[in-house]
Each structure stands twice: as structure tokens, then as C-alpha cells.
Design a protein around this ligand. Structure first.
Ligand code: GLC
Length: 738
């Protein structure tokens, strides 16, 4: 009798499970489901949820992953990808483990999965966050169809030091612009509901101040006051959390002596207590174990306790939590409550992701989801709108459609890998349209396109110069593509110089010396010190690493099918010696005066940048005038309307990015000479005038004071509007007590 009833019960349970309604994702129901599942878990299963392990570079999972999944001792993988592979491993976790908790498959989909968009700092140069939202949505759709449900993006690190290779991955040097792009990318990846079959969970990284690495040397220590953390490095993360981001990643660096991965101030006080973030935090790659190198843990046991107690929920790749969790619990160096809270956060996200109801991916949908024509045309559009025209003397650009011959020169003229940047997702070189290919496709059959590589990106050889000079001499115009390789940007790619690597500058000089009209197109991932080129070459286009369609986009811009409207999201220094150099700097007690020795400047170069933040030209000309404020004084609770008239005074339609900056002239602490507090990219027809309007509120005027309170202090404020951070028209207003 007993055996029969057991069998009967089992059958009933299986039948009930089969017809059970899809688990609800309503918040209350999610919490109930999380706690019900948590109550069934053993300690080993709980610690297993905190573990993420690395797949193979080609997307395969490892045999060990199968064993751990079968035992319910693995929470997530990174790099495992492809619908078939993820489904295979997921079936083990869901069908064979005791509690059937699905795995969470993550991957670095930074600026595209198979369709690769411009590097994020390039996309930020569009000053159009809607483009970032759209590119992230395509990336999410392709990634989800490849079995991925989590991307380790957006990267939100503010970067003021272009020696740091990861400046390529974020939105540049400004927190206001960075916050706008960070929130847009979260919306694009996650949508309104990241359980949707074309969305993925996002991850705001790297929490926090990773870009402040001393010397611009990756992974190096950072010393950042709490005021600066809150003014500069926190805002993009707060914007991402307000946009609903589900996860954060702790950063490798130490912050004022405490590694981010064991830093309770940022991980718990700010993130949980102040911001009420209820998602989970994953460590960066082995950053838990690296607490030993930082010298704050003597061994992995101590590292595990430090990270878990500080607030890192999931351990990426190193296994300290799993190896030492039981012992630490026994020794009361961590509590079961801490472990349970970490597991709860992870399960909460897995339920919100709908993983329990939809753990698998439709394998048939993957091929048709990749490289869709609409995705490629979006990649082309964004690449073109991200390009920044830095110089255009004598209107060398746009090139005339009837140009008879064009010389395409340089090591990056036909390189398929560089345009994909360091984080190329699952991008394939064979899908890259290079500038040479794009120009050949663009020109008429009557136009002769001559090509010479001229040099490598690195190395000392000038053997190719002769051929480059020869093709330049045979052409009406020479376009030289120089810059950096993908290995020179991204993680662990800090450079001690911002010069063009190798003999590229000499190649440009040799081509320029032919006397032919010369255009330099930069293919790079960071600001470069290109002073000679700026002084001697008539036309310069910043094309960044523009993604799969960069060649077509470059051709669109060079021939004027797209009028460039991008603006620099990062300052271009004259020399690496000026670094760190950024627009929202303090005034100092001796602001620079060229004629006065005893002021803050350099002996050997002008103190100003080569190109300022927000800078970019157009094939037409724009004029800003008639700056108006809605009142001469306001109370901090009031709103102030600022408006300016923008005119397209040229002969072709174009985009202008109108930028609004504010300065708090006198305050209880030094304040930046200007801070970006608004921007609008507008398209104007020739001769068209438009009044562009901004609204300033107290939040735009407040700052973190000496008591670390976010306050608006009464007094004089300046408002500046311009087409970049240097060339502005100014007005002032007053904030009064009441
Ligand atoms: C790397 C990076 C991080 C990335 C992670 C997984 O070390 O710092 O940005 O998401 O590991 O690849």
C-alpha cells in the first residue's frame, strides 16, 4: 500500500507540475517563489548559485559544468553561447538537478553580438542616446536568440585619462552624458520586461571609479574623494539603476585603499541602503581571489568572507565562496543570512528573467536573428552619426561625386578586425565592411580607386611608403586611414603615449608631401595626440572603431551622403603630458593666463586641449544667438527655462548638438568652471532657424557639499550654451534663498 501511494503521489506531482500555471513575475509572487525555493536548498546548492564559471572562448561549455549543473552546484556561466550549446547544458540543470534551478548564461555583448556597432565611446559621440537604445536592442535580440540572457554591459566608467584603454568602452568623461547613455543602453538591453524573448538582463559595470586608475594604468589603484565619487563616478550607475538595471559588476580597482570587491561603502551603504538596489552584484573576473593580491586577504578563505560580507553576491570564475563557504559559516565569519540574501538576490533576478518558465532558446530562430538587413543598416546609420569632423579647411570634404581617382591608403584602410574594437562579441571579421570596400561600393564606375597599405599600425618599416606616395600622386585626393589596432584598446591596453603608433605619422607626412589634397581618417579607440596632422592636413575625420558597417558609413560621410554631426565625448589632449585633462575642471587660484608666467599652465605647450569636449564640425555652418533665460533669479525649488536660437547658415542640411553648461560661481567648495546639464541634437535645413529650449531645476544646480549633503547654494550662476564646451554664449542668473 505504502509503495503504491508514493508512486501515486509522484505521478500527481508530475502532472500538477506539468499543468502548473507559468510562474508569476509579479513582485509579491516572485518573493514568495524565491523564499519557497530558498527554503528547500541545501548549503551546497545555495553556494552553487553564487558561482559563475567560464566557458571556452569558442562558446563551448566544459565537462565540469555538466557535472556541477547535474548536482545543482552551478549558478551561471560566461562565454558559453549558441542556442544549441546553452540548451544542452540547461537541460542538465533543469531536468537532472534536484531543484531544477536554471543556469544564467552571460556574455560580454558590449556593442553588439554578431552585428557589431561602433565602440561605445564612438556611439556616445553621436550625442543621441536613442541610437544607443536601438543598438542595444538589436544586440539583445541577437544575444537572446543565441541562448544568452545576460550581458556584462553597459560599461559606465567615467574616464578622464585616455592612456586607459577602457576609455573605449564607456561614454567618455562626463557624468551627465554618461548617465544619459547608460540609461539608454539599459533600456535597450532590458526593455520594459527583460523576460521578453528579445531582451537580456543588463549589468552596470564596473562599480566603481575604475576609470580613475592612477597613471591610466589598468587595474591600478584609485584615490577619489567621496565628493568626487558622488559628483563624477556614481551618476551613470544611479541612472542605470533608475532605468531598472538588474545587476552590477564590482570593479578590479581599490578605492581609497579598499578594493571595490570588498568595499561595503559602495556595495552596501550606497547601493543597498541609499539606492535600495535589489538586484545582484557579480564580481569581476577572479576579483574576489585578487583581494589577496590587494593585500586585504591573506588567503582565499579571507577573500571570500571579505567579498561576501561587503556585498558581492556572485563570484566570477574564482571559487572562494564554494571552497570556503561551509568553513566560514562554521567559524561564524559569514552568516547564513548573508548567504541566503545573496542567493535570494540571484533567484529574484532569475525569476524576473522568466528563466524558470522559459529556460531554453528556440534553436531555429538563431540563424535568422543574426545580421538582419535592418540591423546592418542601423549599424551603418549609427557609425555615420557617431563620426566627428575635426577639421575641413578649404572644404576638401565632402569629396565630389565626380572625383576621377581616389587613393585609399593606410594600415587601417582595409583591416577587418580593428573596426570591431576589443570587445567584438561574437562578431566575425568576414562581416566587416572595410573603408576600402565601402569606398569602392560608393564611387561611380568611372572613379578609379587606388589602394596602398603604406605601413603597418606598429613597427618601424617604411617599405610601403613608396607605393603609397605613388598612388597618391596618381589620384585627385588621398584618404589615409590611421589609428590603433583592436589590441591597443579595451582591457589591459593602457598606453604610455597618445601618439599614432609605428610609422603612421610619417606615412601621413609622406602622402601630404605629394601636395595632393589629403584627408586623414582616424580608426581608434581613444583620443590621440595628432598635433602635426591638425597643423598640416586640411581634413580630419574621427571615425572611431565603427563596427561591422564602418566602411560604408565612412564612405557615406566622406562623400556627403551623411553630413557629420558627432561631437567629442572626450577631450583630445595636445600631449599625453597634459593628462588628466577634462573640460569640467576647477578654476584653481591661478587660472591660466598665457602672458603671466605665474599661472597654471605648461612651459612647453598651450594648456588648452587639442580639441575640447563636445567639439565637432559639420559640412554646413551653425550659428547660436539670442540666449534667453525665463528669469534673472530663481529659488532652488523653481525651474529656469533657457533657450537659444540655432541657425543653419550654410547650404546643406545638417545636425548641430546644442550643449548647455552651468557654473556655480561662488560656493562653499570649489566648483567646475562648467558642467554639462543639457544637450539636444537638432537637424536643420539650410537657412532654417529654431529656438532650442532647456529646463534647469535644482538638481542641475546642486552639488555634494563638505557635509556630503546634496544642496543648492544661493548665489550667482552662469549658464553657457554652445556647439562645444569652449565656444559658448553666456548669461547669468541668481539663486536666492526665497
Ligand atoms: C573582464 C572585464 C569585464 C568583463 C568580464 C567578463 O575582466 O573586466 O568587463 O565583463 O571580465 O569577461
Amino acid at each position: 500500500m505504502k509503495r503504491i501511494s508514493l508512486v501515486f503521489l509522484t505521478v500527481v506531482c508530475v502532472l500538477l507540475a506539468a499543468i502548473a500555471p507559468a510562474r508569476s513575475q509579479r513582485p509579491r509572487d516572485v518573493e514568495q517563489q524565491v523564499n519557497a525555493l530558498l527554503a528547500q536548498m541545501t548549503l551546497a546548492e545555495k553556494l552553487g548559485q553564487l558561482q559563475q564559471l567560464d566557458g571556452e572562448a569558442n562558446g563551448n561549455y566544459r565537462p565540469e559544468h555538466v557535472e556541477l549543473a547535474r548536482k545543482g552546484l552551478l549558478g551561471s556561466t560566461l562565454n558559453v553561447r549558441g542556442a544549441q550549446k546553452t540548451n544542452e547544458l540547461q537541460r542538465v540543470a533543469v531536468n537532472e538537478s534536484r531543484l531544477k534551478i536554471p543556469l544564467l548564461f552571460g556574455f560580454d555583448v558590449i556593442h553588439g553580438y554578431r552585428t557589431i556597432f561602433p565602440i561605445p565611446v564612438g556611439e556616445a559621440a553621436s550625442w543621441d542616446p536613442t541610437l544607443a537604445e536601438r543598438s542595444a536592442a538589436v544586440a539583445a535580440q541577437e544575444a537572446n536568440n543565441a541562448g544568452l540572457r545576460w550581458t556584462f554591459a553597459p560599461m559606465l566608467d567615467i574616464a578622464r585619462d585616455p592612456r586607459w584603454g577602457r576609455i573605449t568602452e564607456g561614454a567618455g568623461e562626463d557624468p551627465f552624458l554618461g548617465a544619459a547613455f547608460g540609461a539608454a543602453r539599459v533600456r535597450g538591453f532590458q526593455g520594459a520586461d527583460y523576460s521578453a524573448p528579445d531582451k537580456v538582463l543588463a549589468c552596470a559595470k564596473h562599480w566603481v571609479a575604475y576609470g580613475a586608475a592612477e597613471g591610466g594604468r589598468d587595474y591600478n589603484t584609485t584615490e577619489v574623494s567621496e565628493n568626487t565619487l558622488r559628483e563624477i563616478y556614481f551618476p551613470p550607475f544611479k541612472a542605470a539603476i533608475d532605468a531598472g538595471v538588474g545587476t552590477l559588476m564590482s570593479s578590479f580597482n581599490a578605492i581609497n585603499g579598499v578594493p571595490a570587491t570588498s568595499n561595503a561603502f559602495v556595495l552596501t551603504k550606497v547601493l543597498r541602503d541609499e539606492w535600495k538596489f535589489d538586484g545582484f552584484v557579480v564580481s569581476d573576473y577572479t576579483s574576489v581571489r585578487e583581494l589577496i593580491n590587494h593585500g586585504v586577504a591573506a588567503n582565499e578563505e579571507q577573500a571570500a568572507a571579505a567579498a561576501l560580507n561587503a556585498g558581492v553576491d556572485m563570484e566570477m570564475v574564482s571559487r572562494s565562496y564554494n571552497q570556503f563557504g561551509p568553513k566560514l559559516l562554521e567559524q561564524r565569519k559569514i552568516s547564513l543570512a548573508t548567504i541566503d540574501e545573496a542567493v535570494r538576490r540571484i533567484l529574484r533576478i532569475k525569476f524576473r528573467l522568466g528563466l524558470f518558465d522559459r529556460p531554453y532558446t528556440d534553436e531555429a530562430s538563431e540563424p535568422q536573428s543574426l545580421l538582419r538587413p535592418a540591423s546592418l543598416s542601423l549599424a551603418r546609420e549609427i557609425a555615420a552619426r557617431s563620426m566627428v569632423l575635426l577639421k575641413n579647411d578649404r572644404n576638401v570634404l565632402p569629396l565630389p561625386n565626380n572625383v576621377k581617382s581616389i587613393a585609399v591608403i593606410g594600415p587601417l584602410a582595409d583591416d577587418r578586425r580593428a573596426p570591431l574594437g576589443w570587445w567584438a562579441g561574437d562578431g566575425r571579421e568576414e562581416n566587416t565592411i572595410t573603408p576600402l570596400a565601402g569606398l569602392k561600393a560608393k564611387v561611380s564606375p568611372q572613379t578609379m580607386v587606388l589602394y596602398a597599405k603604406g605601413s603597418d599600425v606598429t613597427g618601424d618599416s617604411t617599405a610601403g611608403f613608396e607605393q603609397a606616395v605613388a598612388v597618391a600622386k596618381q589620384s585627385d585626393v588621398a584618404v589615409v586611414f590611421v589609428g590603433e589596432t583592436h589590441e591597443m584598446v579595451g582591457e589591459a591596453a593602457s598606453r604610455s603615449t597618445l601618439d599614432l603608433p609605428g610609422r603612421q605619422l610619417d606615412l601621413v607626412k609622406a602622402v601630404q608631401a605629394t601636395g595632393k589634397p589629403t584627408v586623414v581618417v582616424l580608426v581608434n579607440g581613444r583620443p590621440l595626440a595628432i598635433g602635426w596632422i591638425v597643423d598640416n592636413v586640411p581634413a580630419i575625420l574621427e571615425s572611431w572603431m565603427g563596427g561591422s558597417q564602418s566602411g560604408n558609413a565612412v564612405a557615406d560621410v566622406l562623400f556627403g551622403d551623411v553630413n557629420p554631426g558627432g561631437k567629442l565625448p572626450v577631450t583630445f589632449p595636445r600631449s599625453v603630458g597634459q593628462v588628466p585633462i577634462y573640460y569640467n575642471h576647477m578654476n584653481t587660484g591661478r587660472p591660466p593666463e598665457p602672458e603671466n608666467r605665474y599661472t597654471s599652465k605648461y612651459y612647453d605647450v598651450p594648456w588648452t586641449p587639442l580639441f575640447p569636449f563636445g567639439y565637432g564640425l559639420s559640412y554646413t555652418t551653425f550659428k547660436l544667438s539670442n540666449l534667453q533665460l525665463s528669469a534673472p533669479r530663481i529659488r532652488s525649488a523653481d525651474r529656469l527655462t533657457v533657450s537659444v536660437e540655432v541657425e543653419n547658415a550654410g547650404t546643406r542640411a545638417g545636425d548641430e548638438v546644442v550643449q548647455l553648461y552651468v557654473r556655480d560661481v561662488v560656493a562653499s567648495m570649489t566648483r567646475p568652471v562648467k558642467e554639462l546639464k543639457g544637450f539636444q541634437r537638432v537637424t536643420l535645413q539650410p537657412g532654417e532657424k529654431r529656438r532650442v529650449e532647456f529646463t534647469l531645476t535644482g538638481d542641475h544646480l546642486a552639488f555634494w557639499n563638505r557635509d556630503l549633503r546634496f544642496v543648492v547654494e544661493p548665489g550667482e550662476f552662469r549658464v553657457m550654451v554652445g556647439s562645444n564646451s569652449r565656444d559658448v554664449i553666456e548669461a547669468k542668473f541668481e539663486v536666492v534663498e526665497r
